[in-house]
Design a protein around this ligand. Structure first.
Ligand SMILES: [Zn+2]
Length: 169
């Protein structure tokens, strides 16, 4: 099932998501729906709160259907190591039409559970590192705009408020 993407302004995006403790068919269905909803929205990463579920689940496919093996499911993820720094324009499905340069670690290691509850570690560099950090942030109720200067963030929020008023958000 394809869900609409929850947009900035909805409180579900700014509260820490609940840990997953049950690894059952409902979780598998949620992950399936998340991939479908992410592809439909032309994204390369999606966190469960972005379709309205406050659960610590994220999916990533930086190849966008290019490689079945690149599909990544992260349950209860935690960044356990990060190094380096790079700055790249970043966007978010929940904040459409906006992109801003964000500085992030260039290389990270994430520790997470898979769909069956088995713990694993995964290293990522560049775009994958950025996606791992962006999605893990989502599960902590944090959006990429929190990494921008207060000035830039306020400007964006003002533009968004105008869009909301115009019924275009
Ligand atoms: Zn996002």
């Amino acid at each position: 099932m394809i869900y609409p993407i929850v947009k900035f302004g909805n409180p579900v995006l700014e509260k820490p998501a609940e840990p997953v403790t049950v690894f059952d068919g409902d979780l598998k269905k949620l992950v399936e729906d998340m991939f479908e909803s992410m592809y439909e929205a032309h994204g390369i990463g999606l966190a469960a709160p972005q379709i309205g579920f406050s659960k610590r689940v994220a999916v990533i496919d930086i190849t966008f259907k290019g490689d079945e093996n690149a599909k990544l499911v992260l349950v209860n993820p935690e960044i356990i190591h990060s190094e380096g720094k790079h700055t790249q324009p970043e966007g978010c499905l929940s904040i459409p039409e906006f992109r801003e340069p964000v500085s992030r670690a260039r290389k990270v290691t994430v520790r997470a559970q898979d769909i069956n509850g088995k713990w694993f570690e995964r290293c990522g560099e560049d775009l994958l590192a950025r996606a791992l950090l962006h999605e893990t942030d989502h599960l902590n109720g944090k959006l990429y705009i929190s990494h921008l200067s207060a000035l830039k963030r306020d400007l964006m929020k003002r533009k968004i408020r105008k869009l909301v008023k115009a019924g275009e958000w």
